[in-house]
Design a protein around this ligand. Sequence first.
Ligand code: SF4
Length: 430
Amino acid sequence: MALILAGHGSHISPETAGLVWRHVDRLRALGAADEITAAFWKEMPAFAAVLTTLTSPDVTIIPLFTARGFFTQSVIPAEMRLTERDGRVIRYAPPLHEHPYLATVVRARVESALRDFALPTDQTAVAIIGHSTRRNPDSRKATEAQAARLRAEGFAAHAVYLDDTPEIAEIYALTEAPNLIAVPYFLAAGSHTTIDVPRALGIEAGADHGSVQGRRVVYTAPVGVDDDLLDVILALAHEAGAPLNPPASGDAWRGFPTAGRSTLIAGVESAGVLRFGGLHLSRDEVRAWGDDDAREGIDHPSALRRRVRENPFRSLATSDDLPRGWRVDIKTPEQIHAVVETVYPGAVAAWAAAQTGTLHVQALRATARRQVGMYRALETMNAEDQARIVGRVCAGCVRQPLWFEPSQTDKLPCPEPCNHWLSAALEAKT
Ligand code: SF4
């Protein structure tokens, strides 16, 4: 069976998807399922592609969002085509906010702020800060429910929003309390919680407290950053009916998606050295292509992911600026594939499908038609404008946009426009 942790991802902050990948690593180390991966809206592997990377007939998707709304109700079902089941059992777990865990965390954040900053409860208001979106009226409900729960417990609590009303800065009009505890109802310490929310509150980025309009403001950690979130992920998988494996410790390089694995291993075996995007693959080691002096040995997927993705943050995993200087010494053929999956999540399945002539390539128009949000507007983009964006965005990528130009090159195949391309195209259009 397979598990997919579905998150938002980001083009700005490594932490939004980083939190999800940390739990993927922990689930793999536990051997919780035969195949375990993440999937994202903004990063690789994309929601639209992730099912093609898995061979298990039984797949459970766990949406890691704090609210039932636009992403859990509209984007994920449309992108993953959950109605086209392909003979597989697809289980879609309830979103995180339906589990009592988040209410416990919110309450704990408030209590520790009261204690650590010696705030009197009767002179302190609480702001539960959600994202929400005007595109889906359900998106605000989970944040509202958290604020209502605190009010029922005697706190002066209000819900405010990054992308809805009342806006975050309105909290200072909603309460006259001299102290404010602001709880970001977001999972990760990503760009919203580290940049956008502090700015809207009027406190310094990175600060856990500040003074605004004569009020003392205490800013807590987001609600998804504690390690025990893993227990909730497992509970949601159980609730969805996933036949999880009993926990067992083992190799950190196991539990990766397997579509295309045998084709990749056979390719390395027969070639001796295989170039895969910016990677040099051999039976003994994997490193950056042309990096003959790679000294830093890496022996764990999380260390490799940090090395190639976080500093600087490369939100497009297949961008052609792969860091150099590292290598992974290979112990088993399967580890070659696991290393490639760590560097280029989801790319092996498309590559192997292209080798066997079974890759499904989809032009911009079909991708745009599938959209439930603003990218739908790209359906009418003409070929000339598409070419301009391809020239700008895809030139710095190790993949070849077959969806635009079906030519044979030694680059990795790209079957449909990625979120980076769609974002750039929409920006150019508006
Ligand atoms: S659309 Fe372009 S930039 Fe995006 S993955 Fe494909 S080739 Fe790379």
